[in-house]
Design a protein. Sequence first.
Length: 429
Amino acid sequence: MNETDDNTDGRTTGRPVETFGCRLNAYESEVIRDHLARAGREDVVVINTCAVTREAERQARQAIRKARRANPAAEIVVTGCAAQIDPAAYAAMEEVDRVVGNEEKLKAETWNAPGEARILVNDIMSVKETASHLVAGLEGRARAFVQVQQGCDHRCTFCIIPFGRGNSRSVPMGEIVRQIRELVANGYREIVLTGVDITSYGADLPGKPELGQMVRRLLALVPELPRLRLSSIDAVEIDDDLLQLVRNEPRLMPHLHVSLQAGDDMILKRMKRRHNRSDIITFCREMRAARPDIAFGADIIAGFPTESEEMFANSLALVEECGLSYLHVFPYSARPGTPAAKMPQVPGPLRKERAAMLRAAGERSLARFLDGLSGSLQSVLVEKPDLGRAENFAPVRLEGGVPGEIVPVRITGSDGTHLIGQIERKSAA
């Protein structure tokens, strides 16, 4: 399960594409938007779906109906993971003109003209390569996402995403460098490397370069890039090169979002995860010792099948134990076709209750983290005139910022969710 975008509900909008879910989907929506613009297709509305939870699919169906009411003459196209996994269900909706798969949505020819086939969805498991798609930027954003990897070879018992994304495949280093150079030339000061399972990067490429080697080379080859950030990572798959970069490379941002999912060993085993509780505690301790300014985020599932009160308490305690500042909490959502859907289920209300408790713990952890930064000087990427992000991903309220610039900000306090600060500009000599 990949992390959601910066928006709290995981949704981004901007006609003609509405996006649900992860950062990779946000990136791919820009590819689609670019294809539509080049084809002159102003008569298309695209809903790029997510399949992580039933709620994400419910929101997508709601968006489809709303799009039809607002655009009665448009071609409504549904794509993304939910469409890839169950194309017939979306094709059956009277509001939908066409269903397009995750591979097909990235091809220019898909968007050149209205489609004759109502369903255009390939067997995603047959796809062996990930093509590079150069986008000039991301609409309405100060940072840009770059896809470095696609798909997943792991089979966690709760996750349907491999069936929407296929097996793991990597973008060659040269293509990644080329795209980042283009984005930096277009004024982007921060790049986020994204994918479904980016710590599996390189296993399918000649020489099998690991993620750390790729990151080290791109930083060396694009010295003009000020800030590089990683999206969700699998802590037990981090290689030695990447560990050294986290410790020693100031341009690699001190913010790691861990694909955690749970903090109890039995639940982790039943999830078929590759780490245990002590692995995460050790990882966070070692990273914080090596880079004291680092911040951690994590994905956590509440109410996984068979989760007892004691098991849940272990997950809840890990938030404070590891100092997890940015949580993405998901009440467990049974996905048909996954092993976890056949396990004894935790009642729905209890899942929601536990999710609320995890979110509250995350809010307390974030507030403590932000309070600890009072008085510090932070390097902030301005996203809006009154809002930016520090290197550790803390949101910062400020005044007089120019979107896209990186400025020093003196932190004067926090409101529990944001830092509050003032830009320190050098006076003219």
